[in-house]
Design a binder for this molecule. Structure first.
Ligand SMILES: CC(C)(COP(=O)(O)OP(=O)(O)OC[C@H]1O[C@@H](n2cnc3c(N)ncnc32)[C@H](O)[C@@H]1OP(=O)(O)O)[C@@H](O)C(=O)NCCC(=O)NCCS
Length: 175
């Protein structure tokens, strides 16, 4: 069982511990090396962004406690759209937490925010992340050379989208 809830100040210590693993930043935009105050800054910023309605960051909570984070970023830019991101702490990989957590955040974004479209992207070599997205029904929309300074321009980035009207979790009358 996995639940999502807004990230809160009490999560700082656990997020700091899990996000400090270089494996998290290696394939995501989580800073690596992770700063000593990285989680405190991230949790505080998440609260401000939620209040502003631009970004909604959730803790993924399972039997071991907080196992990861999933978020909708850039809500409403463009209108009706948001970008999905997520990570799961390495001790908890391969247990379906990313798929379940990202799935709950997608459901929340469509149902509560009324989004029409959710996008996401991952490095082509990030097989696990691409599996998460395809499993949720995202379809690939393109492949481009990486432009982020974190990785080489030789790396390929795969872009995905999920439309509410084609999402299998949507109630029939909302399609
Ligand atoms: C990508 C990530 C979120 C996956 O988390 P997870 O909880 O292990 O994912 P799940 O258990 O839900 O697995 C999803 C799928 O990936 C597969 N998978 C898991 N680890 C894998 C690996 N190392 N290589 C290939 N496939 C893998 C699973 O078998 C599953 O496939 P299935 O749907 O066919 O069963 C996690 O590895 C992570 O946080 N990585 C670092 C940060 C990151 O890359 N975030 C995403 C940025 S785009």
């Amino acid at each position: 069982m996995l639940a999502i809830r807004p990230l809160e100040p009490g999560d700082v210590e656990r997020v700091q511990e899990l996000a400090s693993d270089p494996a998290i930043g290696a394939t995501s935009l989580v800073p690596s090396p992770f700063p000593a105050d990285g989680a405190a800054v991230f949790v505080a910023r998440s609260g401000a962004q939620r209040a502003a309605g631009t970004d909604f960051v959730f803790a993924l909570v399972a039997e071991p406690g907080l196992v990861g984070v999933a978020a909708l970023h850039g809500v409403g830019a463009p209108p009706g759209s948001a970008e999905l991101g997520y990570w799961v702490g390495r001790p908890f990989w391969g247990r379906g937490f990313a798929s379940a957590g990202a799935g709950e955040v997608v459901r929340w974004g469509f149902a509560t925010l009324g989004l029409a479209r959710i996008t996401s992207h991952c490095l082509a070599r990030n097989t696990a992340s691409a599996r998460v997205l395809r499993r949720l029904g995202f379809r690939e929309t393109g492949r481009v050379a990486n432009t982020h300074p974190k990785w080489s321009p030789d790396e390929t980035v795969v872009h995905f989208e999920l439309l509410r009207r084609t999402w299998s979790g949507a109630p029939p009358d909302s399609r």
